[in-house]
Design a protein around this ligand. Sequence first.
Ligand code: SF4
Length: 282
Amino acid sequence: MKRKSVKSEGKEEASPDVLKEKSKSKKRKYIKVEFDEDHRVKMKGKIERAHGLLGSMYGIPQKLSEATNTNACNKKDTICEAVVSLMLSQNTSDRNSSRAWASLRKKFSTLDEIRNASVESIEEAIKKGGLAKRKSKMIKEFLNDVHSKYGETSLEFLYTKETEEIKKILLSFKGVGPKTCACMMLFTMDRPEFAVDTHVHRVSNRLGWVNTGTNREKTFEIMNKLVPDELKHDMHVLMIRHGRRTCSAQNPKCSACKLTNDCLYFASSKEEKSESDKELDF
Ligand code: SF4
């Protein structure tokens, strides 16, 4: 029978040093993950297995471009439209950003109309999406920048460029960071680039594919090399679904997860539980 530890009911108060030590030992232990060729090969097998298991949990995603014969970023027609749409999606829900995009397109029928509009009227059109003040300036600046650099509000010429060149050009625009750029590459331009959002970052760390703490850009850098090109689209979509539905930030539902055999977080939780059970036994 398991009983409560006598120690925990002791009358003596623990010293601050002891408390500090205890709280340290409660911190989850992560195994240090080095990135090298061996790790890449080992991870390839794990990622392929996870692809199958996550696919069986959520269904293998179909590329929107294959399903609808349009570009894959919510059917946005052009590269510039996709960038604007992604700017609207920053720090807000899909629902809010879709509403903001619909409202923007209802008010302005072309990108040049948006470019020539006042910041205030753009802000008014996208207010349903949140952070409208900041995003309205960002959108206008981006469209003006494209127009002044290339003489038109279009970046369709990027389709003819090599991947690295496209990345360089996209990242040169203010408001286009690594995540927006990777989403553009993956969804709109169908190039193998592994976008990392907060869910992908958390799940990759918990599984032990990376060990990057809070550094999401580092996760992007490593995962982009680890995930095979042919799985980049699927794994991005599946890991977001997994992070939203099962592997949530607080209280992940490990009992409903098929990845427990390969998960460092799960293994270390089990280890902690058995250690605390031993402490409770006497
Ligand atoms: S076992 Fe738990 S922590 Fe690991 S991936 Fe599944 S839900 Fe996330």
